[in-house]
Design a protein. Sequence first.
Length: 74
Amino acid sequence: MILNYKSKKAMKENIGNQLDYTETSFFGAEYQSNGSFVGCNRPYSPEYPKFEQRKGREFFAKITMENDVIKNVS
């Protein structure tokens, strides 16, 4: 799963909002409306879905969701 944020800090600023992401798994959806999962930002990947967001830091994050909104990012 690709997280469409420029940094983990920017992602933490969106706690309480819906997650901006791109599914990448061949084995089914990784997104869960309630629960936890891991994602990353790979801004240097040529397949990055949002060209205007290619700048930024590479990071990995564990996201906790509750009722389709971000509850925690670590």
